[in-house]
Design a protein around this ligand. Structure first.
Ligand code: ZN
Length: 222
C-alpha cells in the first residue's frame, strides 16, 4: 500500500485567495518557557488544502459538521488539464475524452480530480491563473452524481462560480488547493480520502487529503 499526500503545509504567510487574511501559525507556548509546546492557528476555513461544503454557496445548505463522511472518501481519477491555457475553461469534452479513452463510467462513489500543475506556482502571481470549470462541465459532473470534485489550484472556478453553485447545490463536495496530483496520473480507482474538521456551522475545512494506491486491487495503470 502506498500513500500519496495531496496536502499543502499550513504555515504563516502562505498564499491564499485575495480577500482572505494571511494565515497565522503562532507559537503560543514553548517547552523552554511553559513546559509544553503549542501553536495558535488563525486562518479562514478555505486556507490551503480544504473542502468546500454546500453552505459555502447555498443558502441553508448543509454545514461541514453534517457532511456525510462517505462523500469524503471515494474512488479517484485524475484528469490532466495541465496543457490548457491560463484561466481557460475546463469543458465537458476535456472530461469526456478521458472517460471515453478509458471506457470508464464514473458516478456515485467517485472523486474526480483535475490536475492543472498550478500547485507548483504557489507563491507567485500566476498561482491564480489556473484553468477552471465552466457551467457545462459543472452540470455534466453534477449529473454524474460523483461524491466530490477536486483541483490542485486555489479555486475550482472563477466568478460567477459555476462549479461552486452547481456542484454544491447537488451536495457534491469541492476539494481545492490539492497538490501532488501529478503523482497519480495514470492511476484509476485509487482511494481518495479528505476528512474535514468538525467545525460547527462551518462552510469548509482544511483537510489532510491523501490517495491510497493498492497495486493489484482496484487500481488500473494506464
Ligand atoms: Zn473554498
Amino acid at each position: 500500500m502506498k500513500i500519496i499526500d495531496l496536502s499543502f503545509e499550513i504555515h504563516s504567510g502562505a498564499q491564499v485567495l485575495p480577500g482572505y487574511p494571511v494565515p497565522i501559525v503562532h507559537k503560543w507556548t514553548s517547552i523552554e518557557e511553559h513546559g509544553y509546546y503549542a501553536n495558535l492557528l488563525m486562518f479562514v476555513e478555505h486556507t490551503l488544502t480544504h473542502v468546500d461544503v454546500p453552505a459555502h454557496f447555498i443558502k441553508n445548505g448543509i454545514t461541514v459538521e453534517h457532511v456525510p463522511l462517505e462523500k469524503c472518501i471515494g474512488k479517484g481519477i485524475v484528469i490532466d488539464v495541465s496543457r490548457k491555457p491560463p484561466k481557460s475553461e475546463i469543458t465537458v469534452e476535456d472530461i469526456d475524452k478521458v472517460l471515453r479513452e478509458l471506457n470508464l463510467t464514473v458516478g456515485p462513489g467517485w472523486v474526480i480530480l483535475f490536475y492543472t500543475g498550478y500547485d507548483k506556482k504557489i507563491g507567485t502571481p500566476e498561482f491564480f491563473n489556473h484553468p477552471g470549470l465552466g457551467w457545462a462541465a459543472s452540470r455534466y459532473l453534477a449529473r454524474l452524481k460523483v461524491n466530490a470534485v477536486g483541483i490542485d489550484a486555489p479555486s475550482i472556478d472563477y466568478e460567477p462560480y459555476p462549479a461552486h453553485k452547481t456542484l454544491l447545490s447537488q451536495g457534491i463536495l469541492i476539494y481545492e488547493n490539492l497538490t501532488n496530483l501529478d503523482l497519480l496520473l495514470g492511476n484509476i480507482g485509487f482511494k481518495f480520502i479528505g476528512l474535514p474538521l468538525k467545525i460547527r456551522a462551518g462552510s469548509a475545512s482544511p483537510v489532510r487529503a491523501i490517495a491510497i494506491i493498492e497495486p493489484g486491487k482496484e487500481t488500473i495503470r494506464v
